[in-house]
Design a protein around this ligand. Structure first.
Ligand code: CUA
Length: 153
């Protein structure tokens, strides 16, 4: 019956160890602000930045715009994203759930979108038109239909 005791003890050890690791993982959130660098870690990206609560486009300078975009299963918000032609647009993209992709079709604007992180990419927007946005990271059974629209007016 000693075997049972040892089994119980080692199980207890394993449970304790896992609990420690888990506590360590959630106990030390890394908080930082958008714009510190290109790709910042922030487990509460959406909650901490009101811009993502009502995602949209903001004028931030002479012909400069900021576009806040939330990717979630299986859409991009806002949809469409509307920006004026002949401007420079910085996209701040985060995810509300799982890893997504953000790719503006026909351009090299393309990034991974990771929950808890804000991906930042700056794009010169010249010609008016409609540009498709697609998710290029598998994100679930609706992945293939996950599309958005960038409208340049
Ligand atoms: Cu979102 Cu694939």
């Amino acid at each position: 019956q000693y075997e049972k005791l040892w089994l119980g003890l080692s199980l207890l050890l394993i449970v304790g160890f896992v609990a420690t690791v888990t506590y360590g993982a959630v106990g030390t959130p890394a908080i930082s602000m958008i714009g510190d660098d290109g790709d910042t870690l922030n487990p509460n990206a959406i909650d901490d930045h009101p811009e993502f609560g009502d995602p949209g486009v903001e004028k931030v300078g002479e012909s400069e715009y900021a576009a806040y975009v939330v990717a979630r299963q299986f859409m991009f918000q806002p949809d469409p994203i509307v920006v004026p032609a002949n401007t420079t647009v910085t996209f701040y993209v985060t995810s509300a759930d799982v890893i997504h992709g953000f790719s503006v079709v026909g351009t090299n604007a393309n990034t991974m979108v990771i929950p808890g992180e804000v991906a930042e990419l700056t794009v010169e927007i010249n010609d008016p038109g409609e540009y498709g946005i697609v998710c290029h990271e598998y994100c679930g059974n609706g992945h293939h239909g996950m599309e958005g629209l960038l409208k340049v007016v």
